[in-house]
Design a protein around this ligand. Structure first.
Ligand SMILES: *Cc1c(COP(=O)(O)O)cnc(C)c1O
Length: 224
């Protein structure tokens, strides 16, 4: 199936999830995760109208950037090694994986304008997942105040790979609760209005629980 056809199905699903939860579908942005696929498929996604593309390695981002340049807005969604920041910083509009002070320092140092960042949170507590524990989020964001090139626009999580819907809802709700707590602090450098959550298997649930950026690879551009 073409990316444009899959995107149509996903848009319909977004509309349904928004209707069932009383939300406006304009508030849900789709990040097409192209990490598994060719440059040609990424181009097809852009032609299908996707304006946000996500990559989790610097190599993948740079090779696709060579061809697509700033036609889409680039999202860095994977764990980011501090020494790789300089390779991608002038190409990405969003970083979804801010999870430590050393990374914040490097982003601040290398960027020449504020970068929209999501603080990654490990709400499920799985060992395999990156991100801060829920209790660490507030103090961490408090410590970012002097990094004027970091703008914390929201929080990101990767839910466990499971069909256990109640458990997924609990994870997403927890992230939303923390997001609202940070938002209520009214920190100028951390508006924290956005929630990056939901992937191919769970994006409709994530939308019902408040996602504003969903990151979809397999169900949209495929995984081969
Ligand atoms: C790969 C990846 C996705 C997309 O996963 P799919 O299940 O293929 O939709 C989303 N977010 C992150 C952080 C990823 O690494």
């Amino acid at each position: 199936m073409k990316v444009s056809e899959k995107f149509k199905i996903i848009r319909k699903n977004i509309k349904n999830a928004c209707e069932s939860s009383g939300r406006n579908s304009d508030d849900v942005h789709v990040v097409a995760v192209t990490k598994y696929v060719s440059i040609e498929r990424a181009e097809e996604a852009v032609e299908a109208g996707l304006i946000h593309l996500g990559e989790n390695r610097d190599e993948g981002l740079l090779s696709k950037w060579d061809v697509l340049q700033d036609k889409p807005q680039w999202h860095f969604i994977g764990s980011l090694q501090t020494r790789k920041v300089k390779n991608i910083i002038d190409k990405v509009s969003y970083i979804h994986s801010l999870d430590r002070l050393s990374l914040a320092k490097e982003i601040h140092k290398r960027a020449d304008k504020p970068v929209s960042c999501f603080v990654q949170v490990n709400v499920s507590g799985e060992d395999s997942k990156h991100g801060l524990s829920p209790q660490e989020v507030k103090p961490f964001i408090g410590s970012l105040k002097d990094f004027t090139n970091i703008k914390v626009i929201g929080l990101m999580t990767m839910a466990p790979h499971t069909d256990d819907e109640p458990f997924l809802r609990t994870c997403f709700r927890q992230l939303k609760t923390i997001q609202e707590e940070i938002n209520a602090l009214n920190l100028p450098y951390a508006p924290c209005t956005e929630l990056s959550m939901g992937m191919s298997n769970d994006y409709m649930i994530a939308i019902e629980e408040g996602a504003t950026f969903i990151r979809i690879g397999t169900a949209l551009v495929g995984n081969d």
